[in-house]
Design a protein around this ligand. Structure first.
Ligand code: AMP
Ligand code: MG
Length: 397
């Protein structure tokens, strides 16, 4: 049986970023730049005042010497003529310096008389001026190809006159939830049937990972229905099937994959919960079979599918997003598989994230999941974790 690392490597190895498209900055947020994005203008784009006050020639200033007030310039305006020696122009924060001015006298240091402004002290050149290009020059690269467009980068691009950027297309994901026992969210209970939750979980996790949901459908455990749904789903970039990947008489997913020409990449991983995880491909479509137990589905999505979705969007280092913390109670891997334990996770007094495993553990324990903030990971082949040991955490938040 493959380890998690081997399985992830096999899944990611052939995955290339999807083609690029241009997107306005708001739609590009959180996605990966497909080419370098450069500033369209200098920043600041012109010499600007950092203060409300008076633009002047610094050489004219001496304590107590009055200067003549010759108009004003507000943010968004430009002075129509050069500032004459011996004069000042009232200026607001962010307004362009009139030609000839080289400093700002802030209002607080000015005595204003009848048509005159008198500085309380000499003003040095450049005082309270934000100079053109002191931050960025037009053409400077603000986001490199392969980098995620984070909030700071988007802020820089927006300021620098960039309205849209090239990003990798979002993967379209088709979700197929299998199981004749499944009731829709909130439906009245029926004998022998359970409320299904994987559809909601996978949808939320897929959207969080940047995928767009092409379609989500629930299919009964029926051979023909499963086959037809799998064939429909293969039109997407990623097909995720929940449930039915085992080998029981009512598990039609693997035969449907085979009949549709989906090539198996792996089946079964040394992970708990989630051992029956299946992955394959047809052409460029990535295909995943998630074990139906809700916790298995969530864990396998986060560990295997989310990285694949991020790689499709151009992220180079698409490993599962784990954070480091410590475990508050002893824990160990079971059945020789890396074990994900539902755990309450919170910052301890020293600021370190501390994970306390829930009392109930099991791939069907959605109630215990509800008491948790994510999973603490006990790796297989490593010594059991003692209370206080460092541990990797998968936060669900
Ligand atoms: P399967 O992988 O189809 O054999 O399902 C394994 C277990 O998970 C069974 O107990 C199913 O009833 C349950 N299960 C399957 N699909 C879902 C779902 N969408 N939501 C909640 N439980 C499910
Ligand atoms: Mg099933």
């Amino acid at each position: 049986m493959l380890s998690i690392e081997e399985a992830l490597a096999a899944i990611l190895e052939p995955v290339a970023p999807l083609e690029a498209e241009r997107a306005p900055l708001d739609e590009a947020a959180g996605r990966v730049a497909a080419s370098d994005a450069a500033a369209a203008v200098d920043l600041p784009p012109f010499d600007r005042s950092a203060m409300d006050g008076y633009a002047l020639r610094s050489a004219d200033t001496a304590p107590g010497v009055a200067l003549r007030l010759a108009g004003g310039v507000a943010a968004g305006e430009v002075a129509s003529s050069e500032l004459e020696p011996g004069t000042v122009v009232a200026i607001s924060t962010g307004a362009a310096l009139p030609p000839g001015a080289d400093a700002i006298l802030q209002s607080e240091l000015a005595s204003v008389g009848d048509g005159t402004v008198t500085p309380q002290r000499a003003i040095e050149p450049g005082r309270h001026v934000r100079f053109r290009g002191e931050d960025v020059h037009a053409g400077d690269v603000l986001a490199r190809a392969g980098e995620r467009l984070t909030l700071p980068r988007l802020s820089a691009l927006a300021s620098a006159g960039v309205g849209e950027v090239a990003v990798h297309r979002r993967p379209r994901l088709h979700l197929l939830v299998t199981g004749s026992e499944l009731l829709p969210l909130g439906a009245p209970p029926e004998p022998g049937r359970i409320h299904e939750s994987n559809g909601l979980m996978v949808t939320l996790l897929a959207e969080r990972a940047g995928a767009s949901l092409a379609r989500s459908e629930v299919v009964p455990d029926d051979r023909a229905a499963t086959l037809a749904a799998v064939e429909r789903g293969l039109a997407a970039d990623v097909l995720v099937v929940s449930g039915g990947v085992s080998v029981g008489p009512h598990d039609h997913v693997k035969p449907a994959f085979e009949a549709c020409g989906v090539e198996e990449v792996l089946w079964r991983v040394r992970i708990k919960p989630g051992k029956p995880m299946w992955a394959g491909r047809r052409g460029s479509t990535l295909v995943f079979g998630l074990p139906g137990n809700p916790l298995s589905s969530i864990v396998c999505f986060c560990v295997f599918i989310e990285p694949a979705l991020r790689r499709l969007q151009g992220e180079r280092d698409a490993r599962p997003r784990l954070v480091r913390g410590r475990i508050a109670a002893p824990a160990e891997a079971s059945d020789g598989r890396t074990t994900f334990l539902t755990a309450a996770i919170a910052a301890a007094e020293d600021g370190v994230l501390e994970a306390t495993p829930t009392e109930r553990q099991g791939s069907h324990m959605t109630g215990a999941l509800g008491e948790s903030d994510g999973f603490a990971i006990a790796p297989h082949g490593a010594p059991a974790l003692r209370a206080g040991d460092p541990v990797d955490l998968l936060l669900l938040g």
